[in-house]
Design a protein around this ligand. Structure first.
Ligand code: GLA
Length: 397
């Protein structure tokens, strides 16, 4: 199991000083997340059960040296871009526009929402961003940068956002500037995470319930990063969302939240095979997520583990968002002593598997699964123990 990488708080601050020759005035940290269960349910008004992890994106900033431009340094990439945040921000391919989905787009997307709150313009700032959330690993590095940016801009502008409004602002930024029609899970948990707790989020009512995680001396959450990322991820995400909407129309309901497995099975003749399987995943995953929250609360870890395994099968067969590498990791984990359950986590097509394991066995489990993975796919996995962590906060500068 890996140790934690160098603290991004330290890296962001010292890179800021080095690049801009002054001390940052404000700082913010926002965590990534791992989803225990409830996958591809958030944009279907369903339930999710994620927790914030002890990997964070840190943004530090100060008033811009030149009032006509913000210099933004991505410390991990060694890249700096200049954007004028006092003028309207637009995504697109044109000159002066921000490229959709590029790293500055996540920051600009949040800044654009703040411009609106302020009636059009934002005072420029110099910013340095560093992250310990692996990019492209399905651990919400994008929500972490959005929420860190929002937390920084709240300090710089004096605007205080309620947690829900803040998460929704960041989700909007992702829709508009990253071009990903994501649900609310990632931004909600990055804002509202609580140390030692998972979050049961009802994505329809947007009510969040904090549920205590088992004590880390006994049970830990292990993240197994496949270190693969298949390029179809972004396009397939939008396609799944559209397939769910088609199923909703065929079923004549407002959202898949209003159906259960019996309803979907009964209406099978009115659905294409793909719509049927997509709908069956979502409704069964909602039921599993609610059951998982009950199991977690009652300390029934074997029950929770079984639900995770079932979730993976459903994502693999009905929702078709897994891949060979993730299937191998789950299969190997399932066959390893001390593992309660495992499943792919996040959008899919690569990224990570989340496993619930007995703490004293965690190191051995990572080794054993790693050995099998290398034998089958010729690759190394990266194993990290994740501790349920607090949501975004200001950091002292
Ligand atoms: C991505 C999205 C989330 C959610 C998951 C799948 O992480 O950002 O909103 O839809 O995929 O559960």
């Amino acid at each position: 199991v890996n140790g934690s990488p160098e603290d991004p708080r330290v890296r962001a601050r010292s890179a800021f000083r080095g690049a801009f020759g002054s001390e940052p005035r404000w700082g913010a940290a926002a965590p990534g997340r791992v989803n225990l269960i409830g996958e591809h349910t958030d944009y279907n008004d369903g339930f999710v059960l994620p927790m914030a992890i002890d990997r964070v994106c840190v943004a530090v900033g100060g008033p811009a040296a030149d009032p006509h431009e913000s210099r933004i340094l991505a410390v991990d990439l060694g890249e700096t871009v200049s954007i004028d945040l006092s003028r309207p921000l637009e995504v697109g391919p044109g000159a002066g526009q921000i490229e959709q989905g590029s790293w500055p787009a996540y920051i600009a997307g949040v800044a654009a929402r703040f411009q609106r709150l302020l009636g059009g313009s934002l005072a420029n700032l110099d910013i340095a961003v560093a992250s310990s959330v692996p990019v492209g690993g399905g651990l919400s590095s994008s929500a972490a940068i959005e929420v860190a940016t929002s937390t920084l801009l709240e300090q710089a502008t004096g605007i205080t956002l309620e947690p829900k409004a803040k998460a929704l602002l960041c989700q909007r930024a992702e829709h508009e500037f990253a071009g990903v029609p994501c649900g609310i899970m990632d931004q909600f948990v990055s804002v509202m995470g609580r140390e030692g707790h998972a979050l049961l989020i009802d994505c329809r009512s947007q009510v969040v319930e904090h549920i205590p995680m088992p004590r880390p001396e006994h049970i830990v959450v292990l993240i197994l990063n496949s270190n693969v990322r298949h390029s179809l991820a972004a396009g397939e995400y939008a396609k799944r969302k559209a397939e769910c909407q088609a199923a909703v129309r065929a079923l004549g309901i407002a959202s898949l939240r209003d159906a259960d497995e019996a309803v979907v099975v009964q209406a099978r003749a009115h659905l294409s095979d793909v719509e049927f399987r997509r709908a069956r995943h979502v409704v069964s995953e909602n039921a599993r997520t609610v059951a998982a929250a009950v199991a977690l609360r009652g300390g029934d870890l074997a029950g929770l583990g079984r639900l995770m395994i079932e979730s993976h099968r459903s994502l693999r067969d009905d929702y078709e968002v897994s891949c060979a590498e993730l299937d191998t990791l789950v299969e190997l984990a399932e066959g390893t002593e001390g593992v309660f359950g495992a499943r792919m986590t996040g959008g899919g097509f690569g990224g990570c598997v989340v496993a619930l394991v007995s703490a004293p066995r965690a190191g051995r489990i990572a080794e054993e699964v790693g050995r099998g993975y290398r034998a089958r796919h010729g690759r190394d996995l990266t194993a990290t123990q994740a501790n349920a962590s607090a949501g975004a906060a200001a950091v002292a500068c």
